[in-house]
Design a protein around this ligand. Sequence first.
Ligand code: NAD
Ligand code: UDP
Length: 333
Amino acid sequence: MAILVLGGAGYIGSHTVDRLVEKGYDVAVVDNLVTGHRAAVNPKARFYEGDVRDKTFLSGVFDKEDIEGVIHFAAFSVVPESMEKPLKYFDNNTYGMISLLEVMHEHNVKKIVFSSTAATYGEPKQIPIKETDPQVPTNPYGESKLAMEKIMHWSDVAYGIKFVALRYFNVAGAKPDGSIGEDHHPETHLVPIILQVAAGERDQLTIFGDDYDTKDGTNVRDYVHVVDLADAHILALKYLQAGHDSDAFNLGSSTGFSNKEMLEAARDVTGKPIPAKMGPRRAGDPSTLIAASDKARKVLGWDPQFDDVHEIIKTAWNWKETHPKGYDDRKGN
Ligand code: NAD
Ligand code: UDP
């Protein structure tokens, strides 16, 4: 039987497809390539180009494939864009989930592992953040993902579709051999932007705000390596295959690094000066996000291999140096 990965041509999805294939799973991928890359998909996975919201297309894939469970990455995830275009996020993300669950229900597929996010918590009341803490998003992106979690909950109650919501903190890095990595256009995430400056593609980094109530005034985030994250999805799948109930898990390192510390770490790793300036706060940014991730370690048996941001940045830099133009598949620019 196959595992269907929605959004498997994206950054995290492609690393998960790769790990699934490496571990001997039969994998099919659905992606509309709106932000993903065909070249990122492991050639051993069957690829279907199309939109999760297109139920006719999606039903056709479920008819063709013998699907045991799905892993759902297909979504938009840029916080500032979601502040300006909230409906785009509720349409693609939240409606996309409704479409997927309808097709799963029609085809009697009962297992889904879902890419949720720390953005569902909003401004935390306590650090580290536990899975049981209040979820009060501060931006439409987080709200669209929280709605997706709730829709899965009620689909479990009504149809018995079991889910694992994996609430990622900050994801970075690339497959250590440098064959796949992060390639977003435009890039908005801190680590790849810092490395674009290191590579001379941008003049300087702008750090968004240094007046937060943190150790050095800049935001603090919890970084997890993309391959460790990919492995957590496979463990979540096994957890559902073992017949366990639906649940949510934080995925983070439980250590916080400030934006200034990340810049210093990247200077160490690359040996480049990486010019930077301070800028105003970015709308919708919580001050500090650090995960309590002991539940994933205990219950899923998750054992992340990359526990040092230098190592994480090193793998991202290796990808950057070997792929200066990313996948080089952009049309017209
Ligand atoms: P990405 O943009 O690289 O990947 C998303 C993939 O989904 C892309 O290949 C895109 O083409 C595809 N897609 C989007 N909408 C689609 C649709 N309607 N139909 C079919 N395909 C569609 O993003 P990513 O960084 O890999 O993130 C993946 C998931 O992880 C997202 O859902 C995001 O919310 C979540 N997440 C990411 C981070 C992070 O740091 N990158 C942190 C927390 C949560
Ligand atoms: N950030 C920054 N400059 C940039 C991009 C990001 O200072 O050019 C900061 C951002 O404000 C946040 C942290 O880096 O404090 C991580 O942002 P990212 O977008 O990578 O992930 P998020 O925390 O939003 O999921």
